[in-house]
Design a protein around this ligand. Structure first.
Ligand code: ATP
Ligand code: MG
Length: 491
């Protein structure tokens, strides 16, 4: 009896304590930032209630770095922004967006966003709501997740007091992403929030709350009203997380994946014929992305890892002797990159070319691990990869996902040998940023030629001769080689 009573008393104690805890003040050195006190002072002078909200508060509790500070004013956010900009003087820059009722103050790295507390109502075909002024409670209720619906008061008499209407702090402690209101309404109103849920889960290493997860699965088709640029932004944030695979697995499990990235969804599954299967390319790919994320922060190398086997479904064939084959999947995959980047609104510049090149070349180093490999093959790879050769080798290392430790160690050793071979050849022949030592203009001048295909032919012949080791990578040797070739052609 004693024990049960004591337990009940203990529970009661917490029930009473909870509301007190809710209005506890945050004590963290970051909240004592003079800029936050200054905002509070200006709001006090104007007689307006004012809070720092959203991501900044979440990141404060999680001890994550954050740059932009969102401030909500019960009343006009613009008025407080104007007063703050004035106090900060010449170094501050104020931008006012009257139509949205928002204002931004920038000073160096610091970015302050001001907005009046608002309530929102949505129409079916748009994620842009009709907005009207509202209370702090209404403002916090319209936010996407409980962990993003926290506020800290900046007015002097309540400075540092936190407002947590939906137990966002509890969700941070439990590592949960959960919507403050009915998740079906939250996601249907603004389907971008489905992407944000998965992005935050991946970035923070959190789980989706069961109800929230189910609602995403139910509302997935609503993603159609979101622009591809916004989706790409979220995907890039997932890709820059510590374990990008977590995001892609959630996209798959909620059913969003085939809607936003059908080519990646097509990598899923295993075909079995005559008792022989192949590995599931989707899960292999995700392992490669996580591996590369351990060794590189380069977003585009991570995308290259995600896309390295994207050509496999198209090249898959059954061969009675060899079993499942994926011939030329690198080449087919590279050809798919521009189409994928264009549709997904990823950049169409040198970043795309880099990803395309990585996908195209990712099978080449593995072919260099045979004993019989010629110097010429290594030179050609160095020439084609250029400065990206290190990244290509990182990708190849990341591509080793065998569960057999001996096999894994053997592959890594082999790549080390390839690297060694490359270093030796590079030291000798300087192929990496190779430019043919005799250029087209010189060839035209030497033989009094107008621009024509013969010039290109002669240039290509010199390049091949150098890469094949027929002549050294030197000006005089190249010139001599061209003259001899020209003379032969004249006969
Ligand atoms: P990060 O800056 O790391 O992306 P964040 O939480 O600060 O994370 P922002 O996009 O800067 O995200 O938005 C600031 C705040 O505005 C969020 O914390 C959230 O409270 C709210 N918010 C942003 N986008 C939405 C949305 N689509 N629906 C509801 N609330 C949103
Ligand atoms: Mg932010």
């Amino acid at each position: 009896m004693e024990y049960t009573n004591f337990f009940c008393f203990f529970q009661l104690f917490f029930v009473i304590l909870q509301p007190i805890l809710q209005i506890m003040r945050i004590s963290d050195p970051k909240i004592e930032d003079p800029i936050l006190h200054l905002i509070g002072e200006e709001a006090d002078r104007l007689g307006l209630e004012c809070y720092v909200v959203g991501g900044w508060v979440r990141d404060l509790i999680l001890h994550r770095p954050s740059t932009d500070i969102d401030v909500v004013v019960v009343g006009s956010g613009i008025t407080v922004a104007e007063a703050v900009a004035k106090r900060l003087g010449k170094k501050a820059h104020l931008s006012v967006f009257k139509t949205y009722g928002t204002a931004q103050v920038k000073r160096g790295e610091l970015e302050l966003e001001f907005v009046g507390a608002r309530k929102e109502s949505y129409q079916h075909d748009s994620r842009n709501p009709i907005v009207e002024g509202g209370t702090l409670e209404e403002d916090l209720s319209r936010r996407d997740f409980t962990i993003n619906a926290l506020a800290i008061c900046l007015n002097e008499n309540r400075y540092g007091e936190r407002v947590d209407l939906f137990d966002g702090i509890g969700d941070i402690e439990r590592c949960i992403i959960r919507t403050p209101l009915d998740p079906d309404i939250t996601f249907s109103d603004d389907p971008l929030r489905m992407m944000r849920a998965i992005r935050f889960a991946t970035q923070l290493g959190f789980n989706l709350d069961g109800e929230t997860f189910d609602a995403i699965a139910r509302n997935k088709e609503r993603i159609a009203i979101i622009t591809r640029e916004r989706i790409a932004d979220e995907l890039n944030k997932i890709m820059l997380s510590r374990r990008p695979s977590e995001g892609w697995i959630l996209l798959d499990k909620t059913g969003l994946l085939p809607l936003i990235f059908p080519e990646l969804a097509a990598l899923k599954g295993v075909d079995v014929k005559e008792g022989r299967g192949h590995k599931d390319v989707f899960y292999h790919t995700l392992k490669v992305v996580d591996n590369i994320s351990d060794s590189s922060e380069n977003l585009w190398l991570r995308w290259a890892a995600l896309l390295h086997d994207i050509g496999k479904p198209k090249s898959k064939a059954w061969d009675p002797q060899a079993g499942w084959t994926f011939r030329n999947h690198n080449y087919l995959g590279a050809k798919m990159i521009p189409g994928i980047f264009k549709r997904m609104k990823l950049p169409l510049n040198e970043k795309m070319e880099y990803v395309k090149k990585m996908v195209d070349l990712h099978m080449r180093p593995i072919n260099l691990i045979e004993d019989t490999v010629t110097d010429s093959a290594v030179r050609r790879l160095l020439f084609e990869a250029g400065d990206d050769i290190e990244d290509l080798m990182l990708l190849c290392d990341a591509d080793i996902t065998s569960r057999n430790e001996d096999k894994k160690a053997r592959f890594h050793r082999n790549y080390q040998l390839v690297r060694q071979k490359m270093i030796e050849l590079e030291e000798r022949d300087r192929i990496r940023n190779f430019q043919p030592p005799v250029n087209g203009d010189e060839i035209m001048e030497m033989f009094h030629l107008e621009p024509c295909s013969l010039v290109g032919e002669l240039k290509a012949a010199v390049k091949d001769a150098i890469l094949d080791g027929v002549i050294p990578n030197e000006y005089e040797a190249a010139k001599q080689y061209i003259i001899e070739l020209w003379q032969k052609k004249q006969k």
